[in-house]
Design a protein around this ligand. Structure first.
Ligand code: AMP
Length: 423
């Protein structure tokens, strides 16, 4: 088989996907839209943005693309997979109706309530007064969430009722998240270890991938404001076979069956954000795509050829035989621009990426980079995801940080404790 594949997106997640897909003997040509300088090593980058749906579909038709892999959530929630499907093109990624599991927290929470899937107690509000009254009924601590997509920043953990009032005003009055915050979900604060679990679905059956744990706070020791993710590691020791079975039976299978039963069968990767509470695993959130940086940590561990799995999830083929995941460990350390997650400069020259990537077991995935006059420069908040795979977690951590130390640009910062939180 010689396939033409298109990856939609241009961040660290898509670089990791491109790196893995490019290794498939099934692939003849790999394109990325818009891609980035790192992705350009594995794919032909075409200058089409992820929101240019008409152009993306036209490109895929013209080039006779066999499979399109949509990386980010925004185009999925906006219906890009539906556009491809309507054009008769195979696509990895859920329809808009299924992607609402991430695109609307109210939809996702209601679905869980209707089907008895364990999650935090909650209520949904379109008015400030109702939301504030419910906060008083529940008592602090609690979590206020903007209903719609808010680039990972729409969940506000509130230690007191005053903080909850302020968070509600931030969403509903000051519209900090735009229209995404005109409706809010108020929910119970859950205590426990948070992990991310990934499965592929072809609308009916599932294929399990692996678990990872993200480090969202900007500074060591989980201090400081939340980011899109400063790093992660995989696998997660506590997520053993028994826990996996429980999560599959009480959460993943019922959720996928519920979506299919409601006319929105799920195709693609389901990101299951879990809190391991004293009452058992509960859903924090669902995402309709791979996590970023979890994807980077998963791809360097993933066994075998990813392409048959992506094709099967897209409904283009049957599942290939399951490959067990190896006993390796991986770590992704994100290097960020000075000031991130606040304001940061761009266009600063980056040194040492080649030397870092030449280390054994290390891949440097590009997230926010660009090329200016032949020089690699910064172009985003999270710049590089330095990812290492090794036989043990300690070895993976050591390899990742040795590679990080090769890289430099003005103002760069990263956490020094990625992978050390593990239980
Ligand atoms: P979300 O956007 O729903 O993923 O929330 C972002 C982050 O806020 C999560 O990764 C958790 O760390 C935290 N969070 C969200 N909901 C809860 C909850 N009910 N209890 C405790 N922490 C939460």
């Amino acid at each position: 088989m010689t396939l033409k594949i298109l990856i939609v997106g241009g961040g660290g997640r898509e670089h990791a996907l491109a790196w893995k897909i490019a290794q498939s003997p099934l692939v003849d040509t790999l394109f990325a839209a818009p891609g980035n300088p790192g992705i350009a090593r594995h794919a032909r980058c075409v200058d089409i943005g992820v929101d240019a749906h008409d152009e993306l579909v036209a490109f895929a038709r013209r080039e006779r693309i066999d499979l399109t892999v949509i990386g980010p959530e925004a185009p999925l929630v906006a219906g890009l997979a539906d556009r491809f499907a309507a054009a008769g093109l195979a696509v990895f990624g859920p329809s808009a109706r299924a992607a609402a599991i991430e695109g609307s927290k109210a939809f996702s929470k209601d679905l869980m309530r209707r089907h008895g899937i364990p999650t935090a107690r909650f209520a949904t509000f379109d008015d400030i007064g109702g939301a504030r009254r419910f906060c008083r009924e529940m008592g602090a601590p609690l979590v206020v969430k903007a209903d719609g997509l808010a680039a990972g920043k729409g969940a506000i953990v509130c230690a007191t009722l005053e903080e909850a009032d302020a968070a509600i005003a931030e969403c509903m009055e000051r519209r900090a998240f735009g229209a995404a915050g005109s409706r809010v979900v108020v929910e119970e604060f859950m205590i426990g270890q948070e992990i991310s679990w990934f499965v592929l679905s072809n609308g009916g059956d599932v294929m399990t991938l692996a678990a990872a744990e993200d480090h969202k706070a900007v500074f060591d020791g989980d201090r400081g404001p939340n980011t899109g993710g400063m790093g992660c590691y995989s696998p997660v020791a506590v997520f053993d076979e028994a826990l996996e079975k429980r999560v599959m039976e009480t959460i993943v299978r019922p959720t996928l069956a519920a979506l299919a039963g409601e006319g929105a069968p799920y195709h693609g990767v389901l990101y299951v954000g879990l809190m391991l509470t004293a009452q058992g695993p509960k859903v924090v959130e669902f995402n309709c795509r791979f996590g970023d940086p979890e994807c980077q940590a998963l791809m360097v561990r993933a066994p075998g050829d990813l392409v048959p799995l992506l094709r099967a999830a897209a409904g283009a083929d049957a599942w290939p035989p399951a490959h067990p995941w190896p006993g390796t460990a991986s770590v992704c350390v994100n290097i960020a621009s000075g000031g991130y997650p606040g304001k940061y400069p761009t266009g600063l020259p980056i040194r040492g990426v080649e030397a870092a990537g030449a280390r054994p077991g290390v891949q440097v995935f590009h997230a926010g980079t660009a090329t200016k006059n032949g020089t690699l420069v910064t172009a985003g908040g999270r710049v590089l995801g330095v990812t290492a795979v090794a036989e043990s977690m300690d070895a993976a951590i050591a390899a990742a940080y040795a590679a990080v130390h090769e890289i430099s640009f003005e103002g760069m910062h990263y956490r020094t404790d990625i992978g050390r939180r593990r239980a």
